[in-house]
Each structure stands twice: as C-alpha cells, then as structure tokens.
Design a protein around this ligand. Structure first.
Ligand code: NDP
Length: 337
C-alpha cells in the first residue's frame, strides 16, 4: 500500500517536505469491512487546514498520519453483505492506494449514470457546496448580479451556472486569460475578469453596472476589497472559503480594515454568513443530486476536471492548487503510477 503521510506541519506555504511517501503492507478487512482500491483521490483547498493544528471546524491530520481526502474506489475484498468485489464506491479513503473501511461508511455509485470522478466533483462535495451556499444563503433572484471568484474551479463554476439557471447575471473572476476564456465561452458566464489584471478594480465596476447583489466568497484578500464597495443594499455574501489567506502567517500590511468593513456591512444592510457544507447535507443533498444531474443533462451546468496521474504527484498538485495552477476540479488518478 502506497501512502502519503503528513511529515511535518507547514508554516506559511506548504512544501513537498511536509509530505512523506511510503510503501506499507496491505491492510486486511475485518467483519463488516471492505478493502478498497483507490481510483480517484480528490484534492481540495480544505486540506491545507487539516495540515495545521490551528483551531478549526475539523480535527487536524496528526503528524505522520495519512493525509485525508475523498476517494472513488473499487471494492477488492468484501466482508460485508452490502458490497461485493467490483463495486464502485465513494469513500473517505485518504491519500493512499488501498484502504479498509466499514461497508456502512461508503456509498455505492452507479457508474452507468455519470463518470465516477464526478462523485468528488460536480455531483459531489464541491458541487453541493455551490448549490447549498448559493441557494440557501445567496438566494439569487432573477435579474440580480452574482459575483464569484475561483470561477473555473468546481465550486465557483457551479455557483455561476446555478445563478444563471435562476435567472441571475453571473460574473466570474479567475486567474489568467485561459481560465477567463473558459469561464466566459465554455461555461457561458455573462462576464469574467482576471484578478491579476492591473485594471481589475475598474473592470469589475464595468462588469457590474447595477452593483452586486450576491458575492459568493471563495478567496478573500484583494478580490473581497474590490467587491465590497460594489455591494447593493440587502446584498448577501455566502462566506465559503478564503483561499488567498490559507498560507498567511501574519496579518496583511496596512491599517486595520475591520472597522470600515463593518461599517459597509451596516450601512448597506448586508448579510455575511459563513458556512461549512455539511450543515446542509441532511436537508438538501437529495434534491441537489436530482437538480444537478438534470442541469448537467440539459447542458445548463458544464464541468471541467484536471486529472493528474499518479499518487506520487499528489503533493505537488495540491501545492499548485493553492496558487491556482489547477484548471478545473483537481483529482488524482491513482494507480496510474
Ligand atoms: P479551486 O479548484 O477553485 O482551487 C482554488 C482556486 O483558488 C485556484 O485555482 C485559484 O484560481 C484560486 N486562488 C488561489 N489563490 C488565489 C488568490 N490569491 N486570489 C484569487 N484567487 C485565488 O477550489 P474549489 O472550487 O475546490 O474551492 C473553492 C473555495 O471553496 C475554496 O476557498 C475552498 O476552501 C472553499 N470550499 C468551502 C467549502 C465549505 O464547506 N465552506 C467546501 C468546499 C470548498 P484562479 O487561478 O482562478 O485564481
């Protein structure tokens, strides 16, 4: 069994030295358990948080523990009546080629319904994050303007496209001309802006002539600074992620901006609501799966995957994602080493 373990906790930007790749004996399943072979490993920004022992909503990966992550796996050996060898399942198997899991903690997938990798992408956690955060908190109305950054990624791309399904105008923010072209031309956003453009602020203004009603926050930092003054009265900000800040070791230079941010929230009657997608699973996951499958079938929602081959390449691919080198939902195809 090949594993990727957390060798040490990073300070600031993580590096390859924070990971350790090892070959270990294959685990054996006990009663009610299954041995799974990983086919796809999902890499997601939240894993940066698991590398750190700062207080968070979930426990950190222990030093020397296997890195955590969602996986799509094949059942190799089963000691449960519920599953048999050859079944494809969604699991939380982590960064490793094989894992033993209780059969009742994995979900069987139907490979004839959708490509199995989508179970960790558009039809899985990131797609659901977009769906629940946008519809339950953002509540976009027809004709309103919805802005989202990391717009070519799995969360942002779904946010903009769901907003358009609801009749809103979608404005995406992405890094670089290639990603921007994809967001505008392939995903059909109404407008897109490159956050690296020196004219970013002016272009955001141009792209949002009627102001912004919903800002789905994925990145924070200078994107948030540019968006906030353009928020309309009663605007909503689902606070989903702050990926530009995950590697910060100290507060950014400059004056404390909390007072001016608070004042803007007050005077514009804004709703800023943080969330972790789990809180919506019980009430909304089933409907999400039906709606998203339908939107994909209709062509209303498109998705792009960035498939990197080989578990050994997971650390490098993960580090790149925090800087934006991924283009679409990042998954590792395991076993292709
Ligand atoms: P992505 O695949 O979109 O990857 C992250 C993207 O962030 C990069 O590709 C890059 O895109 C962008 N980015 C990185 N640094 C910066 C920066 N300094 N300024 C602007 N953009 C930057 O990730 P996901 O779609 O998986 O996740 C998007 C967000 O949603 C993350 O913040 C994540 O933590 C959050 N999330 C929250 C969940 C919740 O329950 N609250 C659940 C799942 C995800 P580009 O090159 O276009 O800038």
């Amino acid at each position: 069994n090949r594993t990727v373990r957390l060798a040490s906790r990073p300070t600031g930007e993580p590096s390859a030295e924070n990971f350790r790749i090892a070959d270990e004996p294959l685990p054996t399943p006990g009663d009610g358990e299954v041995l799974l072979r990983t086919i796809y490993l999902s890499l997601d920004p939240y894993m940066r948080g698991r590398m750190s022992d700062a207080e968070s909503y979930a426990a950190p990966v222990p030093v020397d523990g296997v890195m955590e992550g969602g996986t799509v796996c094949e059942v190799v050996e089963s000691r449960s009546e519920a599953l048999e060898p050859g079944d494809i399942v969604l699991a939380y198997g982590g960064w490793q080629t094989y894992v033993v899991a209780p059969a009742n903690q994995v979900r069987r997938l139907d490979p004839t319904r959708a490509p199995i990798s989508t179970a960790v992408g558009v039809l899985g956690m990131p797609g659901f994050t977009a769906y629940a955060g946008l519809l339950e908190i953002g509540k976009p109305q027809a004709g309103e303007t919805v802005v989202v950054a990391a717009a070519s990624g799995p969360v942002g791309s779904a946010v903009g496209q769901i907003a358009m399904v609801k009749g809103a105008r979608a404005v995406g923010i992405a890094g670089g001309p290639e990603k921007c072209a994809h967001v505008k031309d392939e995903l059909g956003f109404d407008a897109v802006i490159d956050h690296r453009d020196p004219e970013f602020k002016a272009k955001l203004k141009e792209a949002t002539p009627d102001g912004i009603d919903v800002y789905f926050e994925n990145v924070g930092g200078k994107v948030f600074d540019a968006v906030l003054p353009r928020m309309n009265t009663y605007g909503r900000i689902p606070l989903c992620g702050l990926v530009s800040q995950y590697n910060l070791t100290r507060l950014p230079d400059g004056p404390n901006r909390v007072p001016s941010v608070m004042q803007r929230i007050l005077t514009k009657s804004l709703t800023v609501r943080g969330f972790i997608q789990n809180e919506f699973v019980k009430a909304h996951y089933k409907q999400f799966q039906a709606d998203m499958a339908q939107w994909i079938a209709d062509g209303a929602v498109r998705y792009r995957e960035d498939v990197v081959e080989g578990l050994d390449n997971a650390p490098e691919a993960f580090l790149g994602m925090l800087r934006g080198t991924n283009f679409g939902k990042l998954v590792i195809q395991v076993g292709a080493d």
